[in-house]
Design a protein around this ligand. Structure first.
Ligand code: ATP
Length: 238
């Protein structure tokens, strides 16, 4: 795994809102076929870093590389065309149908390719296939999350970036989301998952922890568990 090239790499990212700096030199990378979890509490800066990676927020300093390009100043759509897909915490457009959401997700790919891709996704997500015309806003939280994942995958990305896929879900649905993402991981999709829920560590080939806008740790789940301080922070005192 470690010999594979990085699909995405950030170095020394500084960013914030207005005059308030949130990120202080954040660096991480995701290699081809690798699933990486960015673990941190509320307000640690995970969403801010993902937004810089996707191009929704400018970097004040540092760089974002999407193999093989320095994409730091690229617009989001150009990054998406080059293989990034992003699922925000909300993930779908509630006023659009399932079918329309998938079309939005795949808007940059050619029409017949998208048609084929949507059929593949409907076979991966059979619950969505039965209700193509249903408004996303009328789906349950769990189904909406599945649609968010399918929408992000509509463009056949080489890197899937997700902001807190567990947000708003009961533990049962969290388990289902992890199971679905596990299948795509097996198929070799590179993933970057920002989470505070340690259940997602089941999916992690590598973990970064974030705190106060800085990356504090990089390593395997076993290494994270072996560090007393980090173990207390993320797994409680048990
Ligand atoms: P969460 O799980 O709550 O989303 P997070 O780790 O993703 O947490 P961020 O959302 O990146 O953290 O927030 C990092 C810091 O930036 C917090 O102090 C937050 O208050 C601040 N922040 C986030 N969004 C904005 C904004 N639009 N304007 C000003 N400050 C913001």
């Amino acid at each position: 795994m470690s010999d594979l090239p990085s699909v995405i790499r950030t170095t020394g990212i500084e960013a914030g809102y207005g005059r308030v700096q949130v990120l202080w030199g954040a660096g991480l990378d995701v290699r081809a076929r690798e699933s990486v979890v960015l673990l941190g509490a509320n307000g640690a800066g995970k969403t801010t870093l993902l937004k810089v990676i996707v191009g929704l927020l400018p970097a004040w300093g540092g760089a974002v590389w999407l193999d093989p390009d320095d994409v730091t100043t690229w617009r989001t759509d150009k990054r998406v065309r080059r293989g990034m897909a992003y699922m925000s915490e909300i993930g779908v457009f509630p006023g659009l149908s399932i079918n329309e959401n998938l079309r939005v997700g795949g808007q940059f790919i050619e029409k017949t390719t998208l048609k084929r891709r949507m059929e593949e996704l409907y076979s991966d997500f059979p619950d969505l296939a039965h209700r193509r015309g249903t408004l996303a806003g009328s789906l349950s939280g769990g189904q909406r999350k599945m649609l968010g994942i399918a929408k992000a995958l509509a463009s056949s990305p080489r890197l899937l970036i997700m902001d807190e896929p567990s947000a708003g879900l009961s533990p049962l649905f969290v388990g289902q989301v992890i199971e679905v993402l596990g299948r795509f991981r097996e198929a070799g999709l590179a993933m970057l998952i920002a989470e505070q829920n340690i259940a997602f560590l089941d999916l992690a080939d590598r973990v970064f922890t974030m705190d106060g806008g800085r990356i504090r740790f990089e390593g395997s789940v076993a290494e994270l568990e072996a560090d007393d301080g980090l173990h207390r922070t993320y797994f409680g005192l048990a």
